[in-house]
Design a protein around this ligand. Structure first.
Ligand code: 0WK
Ligand code: BGC
Length: 884
C-alpha cells in the first residue's frame, strides 16, 4: 500500500529529512518514529474512498436524507447567482468566527466599475471568552464549531437574534439583508473576470466549501430552475468506512479533548484550529517515548492548544522553519537538539500534508458532484480559495492542487485566491441579492402584461364570439367569417387521383393524392417560394407555381394528364364558389402585386394558359384551415373545426347555413373560414396589446393588420421575444446591460428558438447554444431570464389561441342547443406541432373556458394538401351525382 509522497517541493528547496525506514535513529526509536509518521500517510485508494463516500453523503443530503452520523449538511444558502461585476453600493458587514474568537465590522463600498476597488474600512473586536462561552441572545444556527459555545443560539434564527440585539441597542437603523457563510463570501469576492468562481474552499480555523448546485437537485428547495449555492459543511463528514482507516490515535485524542467530541471529525483533521494541536499530541507522544527532547515534556508542551497554526506555518517555512522550530520549542520550555528540530518539522509536514490531501479528496468530491450535476465529463471551473492555512502555509496549497489533479483528472481547475472573502464577499452577496431582486421586479413588470388572467381570456372569448356573430351577419367585424362552399366533410366514398397545391405555410408543396378503398396515398414535393417571388409580381408568383407543378408532373410521370386539382391557398379569400376565391389581402410576409382583389383561381389558370402544353383542372380552392379539417375529418367524422398555428394562424368550422348571411339555403352546414388572424384589427384587443406587440406590428409589412395573428403565430413570436430582450438589456437586467448588434437585427431570434429553449428548460443548454451562436455571452441568470421571456410569450399565444377555440366550440354547441358538445379539431402548423407546451396550454385553456365541450385535438399528419384533394374529390363526387 504505497502512500502518496507529495512532490510539491520545488527543486533545491530544503526538505526536512524525515526519517525513512532504518535511517537516522537507532533502530527501535526510528521504528517508533516511522510507525508514528506512517499513521499520517494516506494512500491514493484511501483518498478515493473518502472522495466517493463524501460524494455519496453529499447526494444523499441533497435528496434531503442527511445522515445524522456521517453526513455532510449541504445547506442551501439562497445565493442564486455569482457577481456580474456591476454590483454597487455601500454595505456594513459583520464577520464572526472566521479566525477564532473575533468579530470584524467592515464598511464596504462596491463601485460596480471593473478594477475600481475601494479598500473596505474595518475594525476587529476580540470576543471575550466569557462571551464566546456565555449566553447568546432565519438563519438557524445548527451547531457551534471552532471553539464557540454560546447558549441559547443553536436552533435559533441568528438574523433575528441580531435584529433583536440591534433593537435592544435602539441606536441604529440597520437592515440585516443577508447572513452568509464565509465560504460563500469567499466565492462571491472572486473577481468576475477571473471566474466566475462557482466553488469556494476555505481552510482557516475550520474548513468548508460551497459550490453552485443545480437548484432542481436540491430537494428542500423544490425549485426546477437555475442554480443555488450550497454550503457543504464537510467538517461534519465522518464516514467510518472512509475516515476510519485514516484516523490516528492522535485524532481520537484530540477529538476526545475537544469541546464537541464526536463532531466535526473531518474538520479536526484539516482545520487550522486543530493542526497545531495534532502536532503537539504527536510531539508529546514522541517525547514520552524518549524519541524527542530526551524524553522531557514541559508543562507548556503538555498543555492543550499550546502549539498554534501560526507556529506550524512558521516551523514549516522551507528557509526559516528550522530556526523557528527552535524558537517555538524554547518558548515551550524545551531545549531541542538539531535532530529534534528536524523531527518536529517532519511531524508538522506529516500532519499538514495529510490535511492538504484530505482537503483535496473533499474538493475532488465536489468536482465530481458538479460533473454529475451539469452532466459534463470535462469540467472547467474556477475555485476561490481563502483562509490562513491556504493563504499562508508554505506547501498546503501546492499539495492540494497536485492531489486534486490526481483525483479529478478530468477537471481543469484554476485556483483563485480570494481577496477579503469576509468583507467584500459578503457585501457582494448582499449586492447580488439586491440585483436579483431588482431584476426580478423589472422582469415581472415587463412580463406582467403577458400573464393573462382567466377574466382577460374570458373577455377575449366573448369578444371573439361577438365578432363571429357580426361577421356571419355581414356586419362590420374584424372577423370576416368567409363562406368556403364546403358543405360536408368527406364520407369515405371518395375515389380517384388528385393533384393538390399547398401554398401559404412554411413550405410550398405540390402533391399527388390517391384516394382509394384502402385509404389515401400521398406523394408530395416541397418547393421554396423565394421572398423576391412572394413579394414580386403576381404573374411571377403564379408562373413560379406552375413551374413547380410541371416539375412535379415530370418527376411523377404525369405529363399530359389533367388531374382534378385542389388548391390550398392560405390567405383570406372571399369565395364566390368552390373554385372562385377573391384574395382580400396578403398576410404572412407575402405581398405579390396585382393579386389582392383578384380571383386567385383565375390567376392560376392564367399562368397555366401562359405556360401552354399544360393541362390542369382546378376544381377547388381551399384555405389551409379547411384543408386541415377535411384531412382530419376523413379519419374522424366528429372533426368539425380546423386550426392552424404556424407561420400564421386561423380557424374554420362547420356553421349552420341558416346563420350565414349572403349564402342561399337554411338547412345544412357550411364551413366558415374565420380569418381570425385579423381579430382585433378594430382595436378590440388594445387592452392586451403591449409596447412590444406594437413594435412588431409597426415593423411588419402590414402594420395595423392581423393583430391577433401577430400575438400568436410563428412569424412574430420570435420578434416579440427579441424586442423584450432588447428592452431588458437596456434596463441592465440582461447581458449586463450590454446591447449587441446582433440582437438589434430583425428576425434574428427565430420562433423555433422558443420551442428549442422551452423543450430544455431544465438544463438550459439550448438557451446557451442559441444565444452564443448569436454571439452573445450570457450568465446563468441571463439564460433563466431568456427562458422566462420565451415561456411568457408562448404561453400568452397558446392561451389566446385557446380562447379563440373556446369561442368556436361554444358557438357550435349553442348552434345545436346541446348541453354538452363532443367535437374534434384538426390542427396543423409548425408552432403548434413543434412547441413542447403549446398544444397542452391550448387544450387547458379550452377546458377552462368551454367546460361543456369535450374537445379532441387531432394533429394533421398529411397537411391540408390531402384536405384540398378530398374537397376536390367531394366536389367531383357531387358533380358526378349531379350528372347522372
Ligand atoms: C401545413 C399545412 C399547410 C399550412 C401549414 C401551416 O399543410 O397548409 O399552411 O401547415 O403551418 P406552417 O407551415 O405555417 O408552420
Ligand atoms: C391567413 C389564413 C391562414 C393562416 C394560417 C393567415 O395569415 O390569413 O388564411 O389560414 O394564416 O396559415
Amino acid at each position: 500500500m504505497d502512500s502518496i509522497e507529495p512532490s510539491s517541493l520545488q527543486s533545491g528547496e530544503r526538505t526536512p529529512s524525515c526519517p525513512q525506514k532504518g535511517l537516522l535513529q537507532p533502530s527501535d526509536s526510528s521504528e517508533l518514529v516511522q510507525e508514528c509518521l506512517q499513521q499520517f500517510k494516506v494512500t491514493k485508494a484511501q483518498l478515493q474512498q473518502i472522495q466517493a463516500s463524501l460524494l455519496g453523503s453529499m447526494e444523499q443530503a441533497l435528496m434531503g436524507e442527511v445522515s445524522p452520523t456521517s453526513g455532510v449538511q449541504m445547506l442551501p444558502t439562497y445565493v442564486e447567482s455569482t457577481p456580474h461585476g456591476n454590483e454597487q453600493g455601500n454595505f456594513v458587514v459583520l464577520e464572526l468566527g472566521a479566525s477564532g474568537a473575533s468579530l470584524r465590522v467592515l464598511w464596504v463600498t462596491l463601485t460596480g466599475i471593473k478594477g475600481q476597488k475601494v479598500e473596505p474600512k474595518s475594525q476587529d473586536f476580540v470576543i471575550p471568552q466569557e462571551v464566546v462561552l456565555g449566553t447568546g441572545q432565519q438563519s438557524t444556527l445548527i451547531s457551534w464549531t471552532k471553539g464557540f459555545r454560546c447558549s441559547g443560539v443553536e436552533g435559533q434564527d441568528v438574523v433575528q437574534l441580531l435584529r433583536d440585539a440591534i433593537q435592544r441597542q435602539g441606536a441604529y437603523n440597520i437592515d440585516v439583508v443577508a447572513v452568509v457563510n464565509d465560504t460563500v463570501g469567499t466565492m462571491m469576492a472572486c473577481e468576475p473576470g477571473a471566474g466566475p468562481c462557482e466553488i469556494s474552499l476555505l481552510v482557516d480555523t475550520g474548513t468548508n466549501a460551497c459550490y453552485m448546485e443545480e437548484a432542481r437537485h436540491v430537494a428542500v428547495l423544490d425549485e426546477d430552475r437555475g442554480r443555488t449555492c450550497i454550503s457543504v459543511e464537510w467538517g461534519s463528514f465522518s464516514h467510518d468506512g472512509a475516515l476510519g482507516p485514516v484516523l490516528t490515535s492522535f485524532d481520537h485524542a484530540l477529538d476526545h479533548a475537544s469541546l464537541n467530541p464526536g463532531a466535526q471529525r473531518f474538520e479536526k483533521m484539516i482545520g487550522g484550529l486543530y493542526l497545531g494541536e495534532l502536532v503537539r499530541l504527536v510531539l508529546v507522544y514522541l517525547a514520552q517515548n524518549r524519541v524527542l527532547f530526551g524524553g522531557y515534556t514541559s508543562p507548556a508542551l503538555l498543555s492543550q492548544g499550546s502549539i498554534l497554526l501560526e507556529h506550524v506555518i512558521e516551523m514549516e517555512d522551507p528557509s526559516t522553519g528550522l530556526a523557528y522550530v527552535h524558537t517555538i520549542l524554547q518558548d515551550l520550555g524545551l531545549s531541542p537538539k538539531a535532530s529534534d528540530a528536524e523531527l518536529v518539522q517532519c511531524v508538522c509536514a506529516a500532519v499538514c500534508s495529510r490535511a492538504a490531501q484530505l482537503c483535496a479528496a473533499a474538493l475532488a468530491a465536489v468536482l465530481s458532484r458538479l460533473q454529475r450535476s451539469r452532466e459534463q465529463q470535462k469540467l472547467q471551473i474556477a475555485v476561490a480559495t481563502g483562509g490562513r492555512v491556504l493563504e499562508r502555509h508554505p506547501r498546503f496549497h501546492s499539495i492540494l492542487q497536485e492531489m486534486v489533479k490526481l483525483l479529478a483528472s478530468e477537471c481543469d481547475v484554476s485556483f483563485i485566491p480570494s481577496v477579503d472573502g469576509g468583507g467584500r464577499g459578503v457585501a457582494m452577496v448582499t449586492a447580488v441579492a439586491a440585483r436579483l431582486a431588482n431584476h426580478r421586479r423589472l422582469l415581472e413588470e415587463t412580463l406582467a402584461p403577458f400573464r393573462l388572467s382567466h377574466e382577460q381570456l374570458a373577455a377575449v372569448q366573448t369578444q371573439m364570439r361577438e365578432a363571429m356573430d357580426k361577421g356571419l351577419r355581414r356586419e362590420p367585424s374584424s372577423l370576416r367569417m368567409l363562406p368556403t362552399y364546403v358543405r360536408a366533410t368527406p364520407d369515405g366514398s371518395e375515389r380517384g387521383d388528385f393533384l393538390a397545391l399547398d401554398l401559404g405555410g412554411t413550405n410550398f408543396r405540390v402533391l399527388l393524392v390517391r384516394v382509394a378503398e384502402g385509404g389515401v396515398q400521398i406523394i408530395n414535393q416541397v418547393y421554396s417560394i423565394p421572398e423576391c417571388v412572394a413579394q414580386g409580381s403576381g404573374q411571377q408568383l403564379f408562373d413560379h407555381i406552375v413551374d413547380c407543378i410541371v416539375d412535379f408532373q415530370e418527376k411523377q410521370g404525369l405529363r399530359g394528364q389533367s388531374l382534378p386539382l385542389g388548391f390550398t391557398f392560405s390567405f383570406p379569400c372571399k369565395q364566390l364558389g368552390l373554385d372562385q376565391g377573391i384574395l382580400l389581402n396578403w398576410t404572412k410576409g407575402f405581398n405579390a402585386s396585382d393579386c389582392e382583389g383578384q380571383d386567385v383561381v383565375f390567376l392560376l389558370r392564367e399562368a397555366i394558359r401562359r405556360r401552354q402544353a399544360v393541362e390542369l383542372n382546378v376544381v377547388a380552392i381551399v384555405n389551409d384551415t379547411v384543408g386541415t379539417m377535411m384531412s382530419c375529418g376523413y379519419e374522424d367524422p366528429q372533426c368539425e373545426m380546423g386550426l392552424i398555428v404556424g407561420t400564421g394562424t386561423n380557424a374554420c368550422y362547420m356553421e349552420e347555413l341558416r346563420n350565414v348571411a349572403g349564402v342561399a339555403g337554411d338547412s345544412g352546414h357550411m364551413c366558415i373560414n374565420m380569418e381570425w388572424g385579423a381579430f382585433g384589427d378594430d382595436g378590440s384587443l388594445g387592452m392586451l396589446s403591449t409596447c412590444f406587440d406594437s413594435r412588431v406590428d409597426q415593423a411588419s409589412i402590414n402594420p395595423g393588420k392581423q393583430r391577433f395573428e401577430k400575438m400568436i403565430s410563428g412569424m412574430y413570436l420570435g420578434e416579440i421575444v427579441r424586442h423584450i430582450l432588447l428592452n431588458l438589456t437596456s434596463l441592465g437586467v440582461l447581458f449586463r446591460g450590454q446591447q449587441t448588434q446582433c440582437l438589434q437585427t430583425r428576425d434574428i431570434f427565430k420562433t423555433k428558438f422558443l420551442s428549442e429553449i422551452e423543450s430544455d428548460s431544465l438544463a438550459l443548454r439550448q438557451v446557451r447554444a442559441i444565444l452564443e451562436d448569436l454571439g452573445l455571452t450570457l450568465t446563468l441568470d441571463d439564460a433563466l431570464i431568456v427562458l422566462e421571456v420565451c415561456q411568457a410569450v408562448s404561453r400568452r399565444a397558446a392561451q389566446l389561441c385557446g380562447a379563440g377555440v373556446a369561442a368556436v366550440v361554444e358557438k357550435i354547441r349553442e348552434n345545436r342547443d346541446l348541453d354538452e358538445l363532443t367535437v374534434s379539431v384538426g390542427v396543423d402548423g409548425t408552432l403548434y406541432k413543434m412547441h413542447p407546451h403549446f398544444a397542452r396550454l391550448v387544450a387547458a385553456t379550452v377546458r377552462e373556458l368551454a367546460p361543456r365541450c369535450v374537445v379532441t385535438f387531432l394533429q394533421s399528419e398529411d397537411g391540408s394538401g390531402k384536405g384540398a384533394a378530398l374537397v376536390t374529390a367531394v366536389a367531383c363526387r357531387l358533380a358526378q351525382m349531379a350528372r347522372v
